[in-house]
Design a protein around this ligand. Sequence first.
Ligand code: ATP
Length: 198
Amino acid sequence: MRTGVFGGTFDPPHKGHARLARMAERACALDQILFIPCARQPLKAGHPEASAAHRCAMLALSLDGKANWLLDTREVERRGISYTVSTLESLRLERPDDTFFLLLGEDSFDNFARWRQPRRIIEIATLVVAKRTQNNKKWPATLAWSDSTIFLRPRPLDVSSSGVRARIAAGRPWESMVLPAVARYINRQGLYKQRRSG
Ligand code: ATP
Protein backbone atom coordinates (compact mmCIF):
# COMPACT_ATOMS: atom_id res chain seq x y z
CA MET A 1 0.00 0.00 0.00
CA ARG A 2 1.26 3.49 -0.86
CA THR A 3 0.54 5.48 2.26
CA GLY A 4 0.70 9.25 2.69
CA VAL A 5 1.53 10.51 6.17
CA PHE A 6 0.36 14.06 6.79
CA GLY A 7 1.27 15.46 10.19
CA GLY A 8 0.39 18.94 11.41
CA THR A 9 -1.12 20.99 14.17
CA PHE A 10 -4.34 21.47 12.16
CA ASP A 11 -5.32 24.40 14.39
CA PRO A 12 -7.62 24.59 12.41
CA PRO A 13 -7.40 22.42 9.24
CA HIS A 14 -7.83 24.63 6.15
CA LYS A 15 -8.05 24.47 2.36
CA GLY A 16 -4.25 24.62 1.96
CA HIS A 17 -3.99 21.30 3.81
CA ALA A 18 -6.68 19.80 1.57
CA ARG A 19 -4.94 21.00 -1.58
CA LEU A 20 -1.61 19.50 -0.50
CA ALA A 21 -3.30 16.18 0.27
CA ARG A 22 -5.14 16.10 -3.07
CA MET A 23 -2.05 17.00 -5.08
CA ALA A 24 0.14 14.43 -3.29
CA GLU A 25 -2.52 11.77 -3.66
CA ARG A 26 -2.60 12.26 -7.40
CA ALA A 27 1.12 12.82 -8.03
CA CYS A 28 2.25 9.85 -5.94
CA ALA A 29 -0.69 7.51 -6.66
CA LEU A 30 -1.37 7.17 -2.94
CA ASP A 31 -3.80 4.49 -1.81
CA GLN A 32 -4.52 6.32 1.42
CA ILE A 33 -3.49 9.31 3.51
CA LEU A 34 -3.18 9.27 7.29
CA PHE A 35 -3.84 12.71 8.80
CA ILE A 36 -1.99 12.84 12.10
CA PRO A 37 -2.63 15.82 14.39
CA CYS A 38 0.29 16.45 16.74
CA ALA A 39 0.05 16.86 20.48
CA ARG A 40 2.71 19.55 20.41
CA GLN A 41 4.96 20.56 17.54
CA PRO A 42 8.66 20.65 18.51
CA LEU A 43 9.49 23.70 16.37
CA LYS A 44 6.47 25.84 17.30
CA ALA A 45 6.46 27.99 20.43
CA GLY A 46 3.59 27.42 22.85
CA HIS A 47 0.73 24.97 22.70
CA PRO A 48 -1.92 24.65 20.01
CA GLU A 49 -4.78 27.04 20.65
CA ALA A 50 -7.62 24.55 20.24
CA SER A 51 -7.64 21.36 22.31
CA ALA A 52 -6.59 18.08 20.75
CA ALA A 53 -10.24 17.00 20.90
CA HIS A 54 -11.37 20.04 18.89
CA ARG A 55 -8.54 19.66 16.36
CA CYS A 56 -9.36 15.97 15.87
CA ALA A 57 -13.05 16.77 15.47
CA MET A 58 -12.33 19.45 12.84
CA LEU A 59 -9.95 17.15 11.00
CA ALA A 60 -12.55 14.38 10.98
CA LEU A 61 -15.01 16.85 9.41
CA SER A 62 -12.44 17.77 6.74
CA LEU A 63 -12.01 14.13 5.76
CA ASP A 64 -15.69 13.36 5.61
CA GLY A 65 -16.65 11.56 2.44
CA LYS A 66 -13.15 10.39 1.51
CA ALA A 67 -12.89 6.77 2.53
CA ASN A 68 -9.12 6.62 2.01
CA TRP A 69 -8.34 9.77 4.05
CA LEU A 70 -8.05 8.65 7.63
CA LEU A 71 -7.64 10.38 10.97
CA ASP A 72 -4.83 8.82 13.01
CA THR A 73 -4.68 9.97 16.63
CA ARG A 74 -1.46 8.28 17.74
CA GLU A 75 0.39 11.55 18.40
CA VAL A 76 -2.30 13.11 20.57
CA GLU A 77 -2.61 9.82 22.44
CA ARG A 78 1.17 9.68 22.92
CA ARG A 79 1.04 13.27 24.32
CA GLY A 80 4.08 15.43 24.87
CA ILE A 81 6.16 16.68 21.97
CA SER A 82 5.32 14.89 18.74
CA TYR A 83 8.34 13.74 16.79
CA THR A 84 7.67 12.60 13.24
CA VAL A 85 10.43 10.02 13.43
CA SER A 86 8.65 8.24 16.32
CA THR A 87 5.40 8.25 14.37
CA LEU A 88 7.06 6.84 11.27
CA GLU A 89 8.89 4.17 13.30
CA SER A 90 5.59 3.01 14.77
CA LEU A 91 3.92 2.99 11.35
CA ARG A 92 6.83 1.05 9.86
CA LEU A 93 6.41 -1.64 12.54
CA GLU A 94 2.66 -1.85 12.02
CA ARG A 95 2.84 -1.86 8.22
CA PRO A 96 6.08 -3.49 7.14
CA ASP A 97 5.01 -3.72 3.50
CA ASP A 98 3.80 -0.14 3.01
CA THR A 99 5.68 2.53 1.08
CA PHE A 100 5.49 5.80 3.00
CA PHE A 101 5.27 9.35 1.68
CA LEU A 102 5.60 12.22 4.13
CA LEU A 103 3.56 15.25 3.05
CA LEU A 104 4.80 18.70 3.95
CA GLY A 105 4.73 22.33 2.93
CA GLU A 106 7.81 24.23 1.85
CA ASP A 107 8.14 26.01 5.23
CA SER A 108 8.40 22.64 6.99
CA PHE A 109 10.79 21.38 4.34
CA ASP A 110 13.02 24.43 4.84
CA ASN A 111 13.35 23.44 8.51
CA PHE A 112 13.69 19.74 7.84
CA ALA A 113 17.38 19.48 8.75
CA ARG A 114 16.40 20.67 12.28
CA TRP A 115 13.90 17.88 12.80
CA ARG A 116 14.78 14.94 15.02
CA GLN A 117 16.64 12.25 13.04
CA PRO A 118 15.98 13.60 9.54
CA ARG A 119 18.13 10.91 7.94
CA ARG A 120 16.08 8.17 9.59
CA ILE A 121 12.91 9.89 8.40
CA ILE A 122 14.03 9.75 4.78
CA GLU A 123 15.02 6.12 5.17
CA ILE A 124 11.41 5.38 6.05
CA ALA A 125 9.56 7.87 3.84
CA THR A 126 9.86 9.85 0.63
CA LEU A 127 9.28 13.55 1.26
CA VAL A 128 6.52 15.15 -0.82
CA VAL A 129 6.76 18.92 -0.72
CA ALA A 130 4.19 21.53 -1.77
CA LYS A 131 4.84 25.17 -2.48
CA ARG A 132 2.89 27.37 -0.06
CA THR A 133 3.27 30.90 -1.28
CA GLN A 134 4.14 32.68 -4.47
CA ASN A 135 7.78 33.69 -4.07
CA ASN A 136 10.97 33.82 -6.06
CA LYS A 137 12.61 30.89 -4.34
CA LYS A 138 14.02 28.25 -6.63
CA TRP A 139 11.61 25.37 -7.10
CA PRO A 140 12.31 22.54 -6.87
CA ALA A 141 14.90 23.13 -4.22
CA THR A 142 17.44 20.43 -3.51
CA LEU A 143 18.37 18.58 -0.37
CA ALA A 144 22.06 17.83 -0.62
CA TRP A 145 21.91 14.52 1.15
CA SER A 146 18.68 13.15 -0.21
CA ASP A 147 17.33 12.38 -3.62
CA SER A 148 14.18 10.95 -2.09
CA THR A 149 12.17 14.15 -2.34
CA ILE A 150 9.25 14.87 -4.64
CA PHE A 151 8.39 18.51 -5.33
CA LEU A 152 4.77 18.93 -6.31
CA ARG A 153 3.84 21.17 -9.20
CA PRO A 154 3.72 24.72 -7.77
CA ARG A 155 0.08 25.61 -7.22
CA PRO A 156 0.34 27.55 -3.99
CA LEU A 157 -2.72 28.36 -1.89
CA ASP A 158 -1.60 31.00 0.54
CA VAL A 159 -3.70 29.98 3.54
CA SER A 160 -2.44 29.27 7.05
CA SER A 161 -3.98 28.22 10.33
CA SER A 162 -2.45 31.25 12.05
CA GLY A 163 -4.05 33.45 9.38
CA VAL A 164 -7.46 31.89 10.03
CA ARG A 165 -7.05 32.33 13.79
CA ALA A 166 -5.94 35.95 13.45
CA ARG A 167 -8.89 36.79 11.22
CA ILE A 168 -11.39 35.22 13.58
CA ALA A 169 -9.91 37.09 16.55
CA ALA A 170 -9.98 40.35 14.58
CA GLY A 171 -13.57 39.81 13.38
CA ARG A 172 -12.50 39.71 9.73
CA PRO A 173 -13.87 37.28 7.11
CA TRP A 174 -12.25 33.85 7.29
CA GLU A 175 -14.90 31.25 6.39
CA SER A 176 -13.73 30.77 2.81
CA MET A 177 -10.30 29.62 4.04
CA VAL A 178 -11.68 26.40 5.56
CA LEU A 179 -14.17 23.76 4.47
CA PRO A 180 -17.82 24.65 5.24
CA ALA A 181 -18.20 21.87 7.84
CA VAL A 182 -15.11 23.14 9.67
CA ALA A 183 -16.41 26.73 9.57
CA ARG A 184 -19.71 25.57 11.09
CA TYR A 185 -17.83 23.69 13.83
CA ILE A 186 -15.64 26.71 14.66
CA ASN A 187 -18.69 28.96 14.87
CA ARG A 188 -20.70 26.51 16.93
CA GLN A 189 -17.86 25.98 19.41
CA GLY A 190 -16.84 29.65 19.46
CA LEU A 191 -13.18 28.80 18.76
CA TYR A 192 -10.34 31.28 18.24
CA LYS A 193 -12.23 34.39 19.33
CA GLN A 194 -9.60 35.43 21.86
CA ARG A 195 -6.36 36.65 20.37
CA ARG A 196 -3.50 34.66 21.88
CA SER A 197 0.21 34.81 21.41
CA GLY A 198 2.21 31.68 20.44
P1 ATP B 1 0.30 27.83 11.42
O1 ATP B 1 -0.12 28.96 10.54
O2 ATP B 1 -0.41 27.83 12.75
O3 ATP B 1 1.79 27.73 11.57
P2 ATP B 1 -0.10 25.91 9.26
O4 ATP B 1 -1.07 26.61 8.40
O5 ATP B 1 1.33 25.89 8.82
O6 ATP B 1 -0.19 26.45 10.76
P3 ATP B 1 0.05 23.14 10.08
O7 ATP B 1 -1.06 22.28 10.55
O8 ATP B 1 1.09 23.51 11.05
O9 ATP B 1 -0.63 24.45 9.43
O10 ATP B 1 0.71 22.50 8.77
C1 ATP B 1 0.87 21.11 8.61
C2 ATP B 1 1.64 20.87 7.32
O11 ATP B 1 0.89 21.37 6.21
C3 ATP B 1 3.00 21.58 7.27
O12 ATP B 1 3.93 20.73 6.63
C4 ATP B 1 2.72 22.79 6.42
O13 ATP B 1 3.87 23.24 5.74
C5 ATP B 1 1.68 22.27 5.45
N1 ATP B 1 0.82 23.34 4.99
C6 ATP B 1 0.04 24.15 5.74
N2 ATP B 1 -0.61 25.04 4.98
C7 ATP B 1 -0.24 24.81 3.71
C8 ATP B 1 -0.57 25.43 2.44
N3 ATP B 1 -1.38 26.48 2.36
N4 ATP B 1 0.01 24.90 1.33
C9 ATP B 1 0.86 23.84 1.40
N5 ATP B 1 1.20 23.23 2.57
C10 ATP B 1 0.67 23.70 3.70
